[in-house]
Design a protein around this ligand. Structure first.
Ligand code: PMV
Length: 328
C-alpha cells in the first residue's frame, strides 16, 4: 500500500492535435486503438487538475471549471489508480481548462493526462512517463499522447493487455518550432462524443476497414517527414489524414457532420493562402474548429486571414508545448 499525499497534487497537461488521426478501437474495455496516431502538443491550451485522496469522503467528487461534474468516467479511472496504489480512499478532483471544454479542442486529452499525473502522484505512486501514457489512454485514447511534449507517436500495440499501446516522443518542441492557429467557430459542446462516433464508424461505414488498413503507410510517411523537418510533406499528410477521417465520419450511418459553414470557409481560406505562397495546412478533429499549421514566421499572416473568415469567432495561437508535469 502506498501513502497518499493528503495535501493533494496539481498537474498540468497540454492539449494535443493529431497530424495522423486516431479513430476506432481494437478493444473497447481497455480503450485500445485500432490505429496508431501522430500528434503535436499545444503550449497554449492546457488543463490544470488537482487531486486529493481524502479519508473522510464517502464518494469521489469532481469539479470542472468550478462546476460539479458527473463522476462515472472519473471514478472508473481513479479505480485503476486505487488498485495500483492499494488504497480505497475517495478523491476530490478539481480541474480547469483554459479553453472551451468538449468542443473539438481535445479537452479529454489534456484532462485525462493531467488527471493521470496528479492522481498517481497524489496516491503516492511514482510512474514512468510510458506507464502514465498507458494509464492516460484508459481515460481517453488521445490523452496517452498528452503525457509528452513536441511531436508524439501513439503506438497501436498488438498485446491483449494493452501494455504496448503507449505514446513515445518523436521530437521535442524546440527541435522543430511550429505554430498552430486555432480558428474557433463554435463555443458550445459538440453533439456526438468520440467513443460513440468511433463505434458507429466501425459498425456501419463501408470505409472503416480501408481506414484501418491504410494507417501504417500514413504513419511511416509522417515519421519520415518529421525526421526530415519537411514542412510541406508533413502538412500534405496532415491535411490528407484529416480529410480521410472526415470522409470516414461522413460515410458512417447516420453521417457524422462535425463541420459548420465557418469550418468549410476556413479550410478554403487556408488553401487560398497556400495558393498565394504561404506555407500553411489545416487539420480538424471531431468538432468544428480548424487548426492551421505554419512555420512561426507566417503566424501573423495566417491568423489575420482566419480572423476575417465569416463565422470565425476568435483565434488562439500556440507554439508546441512541453510534457505533462506536476506544478504548484
Ligand atoms: O481521445 P478521444 O477518444 O477523444 O478521440 C480523439 C479522436 C480525434 O481527436 C478525432 C483524433 C485524434 O487522434 O485525436
Amino acid at each position: 500500500m502506498s501513502h497518499p499525499n493528503a495535501a493533494g497534487v496539481t498537474a498540468r497537461a497540454h492539449s494535443n492535435i493529431a497530424l495522423i488521426k486516431y479513430w476506432g478501437k481494437r478493444d473497447a474495455r481497455l480503450n485500445l486503438p485500432a490505429v496508431g496516431s501522430i500528434s503535436i502538443t499545444l503550449d497554449a491550451l492546457y488543463t490544470d487538475t488537482r487531486v486529493a485522496f481524502l479519508p473522510g469522503l464517502d464518494a469521489d467528487r469532481v469539479d470542472i471549471g468550478g462546476r460539479r461534474a458527473d463522476t462515472t468516467r472519473f471514478s472508473r479511472f481513479l479505480d485503476l489508480v486505487r488498485t495500483e496504489a492499494g488504497i480505497d480512499t475517495r478523491a476530490r478532483i478539481e480541474s480547469w481548462n483554459n479553453f472551451p471544454t468538449g468542443a473539438g479542442l481535445a479537452s479529454s486529452a489534456s484532462g485525462f493526462a493531467a488527471l493521470a499525473v496528479a492522481a498517481t502522484r497524489a496516491a503516492g505512486l511514482t510512474l514512468e512517463p510510458r506507464a502514465l501514457s498507458v494509464l492516460a489512454r484508459q481515460g481517453s485514447g488521445s490523452a496517452a499522447r498528452s503525457i509528452f511534449g513536441g511531436f508524439v507517436e501513439m503506438r497501436r500495440g498488438t498485446r491483449d493487455d494493452g501494455l504496448d499501446a503507449a505514446a513515445t516522443p518523436l521530437l521535442e518542441a524546440a527541435e522543430w518550432p511550429l505554430t498552430v492557429i486555432v480558428a474557433i467557430t463554435e463555443h458550445g459542446a459538440k453533439a456526438l462524443d468520440s467513443t460513440a462516433g468511433m463505434t458507429g464508424s466501425a459498425e456501419t461505414s463501408d470505409f472503416y476497414q480501408a481506414w484501418v488498413d491504410h494507417a501504417e503507410p500514413d504513419l511511416a510517411a509522417m515519421r519520415e517527414a518529421i525526421a526530415a523537418r519537411d514542412f510541406e510533406a508533413m502538412g500534405e499528410l496532415a491535411e490528407h489524414s484529416c480529410l480521410k477521417l472526415h470522409g470516414l465520419m461522413l460515410s458512417t450511418r447516420p453521417g457524422q457532420i462535425y463541420w459548420n459553414a465557418a469550418t468549410v470557409a476556413a479550410m478554403h481560406a487556408v488553401r487560398a493562402l497556400r495558393a498565394d505562397g504561404v506555407p500553411v495546412y489545416f487539420t480538424i478533429d471531431a468538432g468544428p474548429q480548424v487548426k492551421a499549421l505554419c512555420p512561426p514566421a507566417h503566424a501573423e499572416t495566417v491568423a489575420a486571414a482566419l480572423e476575417h473568415v465569416p463565422g470565425v469567432l476568435e483565434t488562439r495561437r500556440s507554439v508546441l508545448g512541453p510534457d505533462a508535469h506536476c506544478h504548484d
